[in-house]
Design a protein around this ligand. Sequence first.
Ligand code: FE2
Ligand code: FE2
Length: 321
Amino acid sequence: MDLDRMLDRCQTQQWSVDDLDWSPAPRALSAADEQLVVQMFTDMAAIERLAGAMFVEQARRARDPRLQAIFESFVIDEERHAVVAERLARHYDVHRLKAYAVTPALTAFAPPFLQAIRTVSDDVANGYITAGELILDIALLRSLDDFVADPMSAQAMQRINRDESRHIAIDYHMVAYYASDEYLLDLHRRPSPPLRDQLRAARAMALVMVHAAPFFRGVFFDPLGRIDPSSKRIREVFKNIQLLAAKPGVRRRPIAKWFLLCMEVFNHPLTGRFLGGVTARMVGVDRSVMSWLTTAEEMARASRATFDELAEQALRAKTIH
Ligand SMILES: [Fe+2]
Ligand SMILES: [Fe+2]
């Protein structure tokens, strides 16, 4: 990854909400669809702000000044996406059928999640951020745009997608770093955090697990079930997450070990029968994405691919029809 070039792209590809042409009238939607679309854009604004807060944290942890500047530009991007989502919510709220508010499960999830992101180790925080961005960009935004099927949403999403391509590229770049020997060496050289901090991180993670399942259900799985009943996009996301676990450097990190253990318990005929539900709940996701979505051949190919290639593959999933 050429960080100078990436930083240059981050600066030159900035845009403003008013660059979009907001004048076209929205296409006619049924009352039920209008409510679903406005609710989803309302939640999207809150999720984009959550993503922004995660990049504030990434900027704080970055030691390379270019990387720090890149993350700071992502914070600006995510706030712009949040404002666009709010405007899209107003744009499609044609009949004022009800008052909309952010889904309570999302409001409840955000503070403990951010607290956890601040306290856990760098690679764990990055793992959650990468997975979160994949779910948001590839599953939620793409499915929502398909469902709305209107030029206004398409125009906004095209701009947002360009920003998100940079975010995903850097998310994967960071996964590569945290999977490297260089990071492991650095980790060994650092004194381990005091017990009090470790307990605080464990408590924060436990709180996240309490709120994760209702959050994922209310904000991702339930609405996605309505707008993408085939669930092809969410499956595509989890397939890309599973492919990352094919990389030997990733597999040795505790977060990947934990994920792979949960997958093993869930997919084993015996343990899966009794502990499948609990395991899915611990990961915080729907049972449908806990099965292996990759073939042995795809995993073997992913293990040999570079992280840049895996990032490109993940981004390609957005263009699948
Ligand atoms: Fe975003
Ligand atoms: Fe993003």
